[in-house]
Design a protein around this ligand. Structure first.
Ligand code: TRP
Length: 330
């Protein structure tokens, strides 16, 4: 049996190329070596997204994105968290084995405390209990499906540590029931540059969304910051934001060929940008078709998620039966 990987996807906002290269693509590649579990952490998003239409739209958006980019719902599990009631039952049970001090030290909570304090706001009314106990829900997500590894960015490592800790506490009392998971840190090998050359991030407003129609994509690429060199001048590809993005999608041969055109002179920024657009179109055009198809056929997404939930609940009922038995709640 191959080890199990479990990827949680919080449905907040529209994913951009930085998310794609840094998180989505590596997570989809896990199918090569793992039994994969992917799920949409909608109830985690509820700590901040408290509008029904926005939530629903975000869930469809994120489901369509991952499906369009190659998530195969037949291969592993793909469901949404809110469809698995056992997760919430387990979350409560695990919270009874979690020292409150751990939650006081959780990064997301601490950040929120710091922000509120800086603004002179009242913590007790501004921070909801969902944010405080967020890690307990994540413990249940992870431990329910016997995950061996949890691919996460550095910011989520602490949460996986909590899940390890609570699994060990539980097992010490009740026997080897829960699988102790490990985090699989997704190292950011390449910083994905945004329009202004800084790391691509929503907070810098320098993102390129994954599925832009050709016209909007052209407009975005037009905004990539370049210098004032003339067309004739030879250029340094390594000092260019356009080339930095190009390289991330190109084959080594394509990258080498464009680099030599930069150095030879006679290649203007407009030409370089057209090369980037053509490459992105080639890499993501077919996925965009699938994405927009799914976005306008949400009933197909409903079906896929219902199918995934049904498969996932076979497993979650099994885990929960063992846990209930151990706890003596029959
Ligand atoms: N907290 C994660 C995030 O902010 C999302 C998430 C929820 C998750 N449950 C998970 C990730 C379980 C991995 C495993 O992105």
């Amino acid at each position: 049996m191959r080890p199990i990987s479990l990827t949680g996807i919080k449905p907040t906002g529209t994913p951009h190329l930085g998310n794609y290269l840094g998180a989505i693509r590596p997570a989809l590649d896990l199918v090569k070596n793992y039994e994969t579990v992917y799920f949409i952490a909608d109830y985690h998003a509820l700590t901040t997204i408290q509008d029904g239409n926005t939530m629903r739209d975000n869930i469809y958006k994120v489901a369509a994105t991952w499906l369009a980019l190659g998530l195969n719902p037949e291969e592993g599990l793909f469901y949404k968290q809110s469809d698995i009631p056992e997760i919430f039952e387990l979350s409560w049970a695990l919270s009874c084995f979690t020292p409150k001090g751990f939650m006081n030290r959780a990064h997301a909570y601490k950040d929120s405390v710091a922000k509120n304090e800086a603004k002179g706001e009242d913590l007790d009314s501004n921070i909801n209990m969902g944010l405080f106990s967020y890690p307990c829900l994540m413990d249940a997500d992870i431990l329910m499906f016997n995950a061996n590894v949890v691919p996460v960015g550095k910011d989520q490592k602490q949460h996986v540590e909590f899940a390890r800790d609570v699994a060990m506490r539980f097992n010490k009392k009740f026997g080897e029931i829960l699988t102790v998971p490990e985090s699989l840190i997704q190292e950011e090998t390449d910083v994905i540059p945004g329009l202004d050359g800084r790391k691509m991030s929503k907070s810098y407003d320098n993102t390129i969304e994954i599925f832009l129609d050709p016209k909007s994509l052209k407009k975005k690429i037009g905004k990539i910051v370049t210098n004032a060199q003339s067309i004739e001048e030879p250029k340094d590809p390594e000092a260019c934001n356009v080339f930095a993005l190009y390289k991330l999608f190109a084959s080594p041969e394509q990258a080498a060929s464009l680099a030599s055109r930069y150095r030879a002179g006679g290649l203007g920024w407009g030409h370089a940008k057209a090369e980037l657009q053509a490459l992105l179109e080639e890499a993501l055009g077919p996925a965009r078709e699938r994405y927009f198809h799914l976005r306008s056929h949400t009933e197909e997404i409903d079906k896929i998620l219902a199918y995934g939930a049904e498969k996932a609940r076979v497993k979650s009922k099994e885990t929960m039966a063992l846990v209930r038995q151990a706890l003596g709640v029959f």
